[in-house]
Design a protein around this ligand. Structure first.
Ligand SMILES: [Zn+2]
Length: 193
């Protein structure tokens, strides 16, 4: 029997890691129960994770538990607000909640390859941006410069020579205008100490 098809049972003793709860994909499952002479069918949504398939409602409870164990409720609030504002294709609060929890489990806010790494951290965690190599770029789609990460510039060959435009979010060809102004300032400060 496929172990993945078993419903996940949460072990109260051992808290999963963020990575354990990262969603690989979603799946739907139909369940039926007998109601009188008939069968009643309900569809439940599942999240496939490293721990197996977890019913979405249960996954959400587990994710929230992990977040509160790490005292990162404030960060989750920011991610939820961010998703509400910048993911227009997610309409319901419950879809937005699942997305913000999954971003949290994947720790996208610490990943310089995340296309929203710069704008999200600019707004909520500016200190993080002082630790990364930022690159000023000029994209073909928009006037003016924007800031992205060295990692996203290095990833461009795998994305057809494009980066996610810091101004409009489209994937566009680009030129580097300047390397890491913030970082240079930080280094200059260190040298001055
Ligand atoms: Zn653009």
């Amino acid at each position: 029997m496929n172990a993945d098809s078993q419903p996940f049972r949460s072990d109260e003793e051992q808290l999963p890691s963020f990575e354990d709860l990262r969603i690989h994909y979603f799946s739907d499952k139909s369940e039926s129960r007998k109601v009188g002479r008939y069968r009643e069918y309900t569809t439940k949504e599942y999240a496939k994770t490293a721990l197996g398939e977890i019913e979405l409602r249960q996954w959400q409870d587990m994710a929230e538990k992990v977040i509160s164990a790490h005292h990162e409720e404030a960060l989750q609030k920011q991610l939820f607000e961010w998703v509400q504002e910048t993911f227009p294709w997610l309409h319901t609060p419950s879809e937005q909640r699942v997305e913000s929890l999954d971003l949290h489990m994947s720790r996208m806010f610490d990943n310089p390859l995340w296309v929203q790494f710069v704008p999200f951290n600019q707004r909520y965690r500016p200190e993080v941006l002082r630790e990364v190599h930022l690159v000023k770029v000029k994209t073909s789609c928009c006037e003016g410069d924007g800031v992205t990460t060295k990692e996203q510039v290095e990833e461009a060959p795998n994305r057809g020579g494009t980066i996610c435009c810091p101004n409009c979010g489209r994937f566009s060809s680009f030129e580097i205008s300047e390397n890491a102004p913030e970082r240079e300032t930080a280094k200059a400060k260190e040298r001055g100490r």
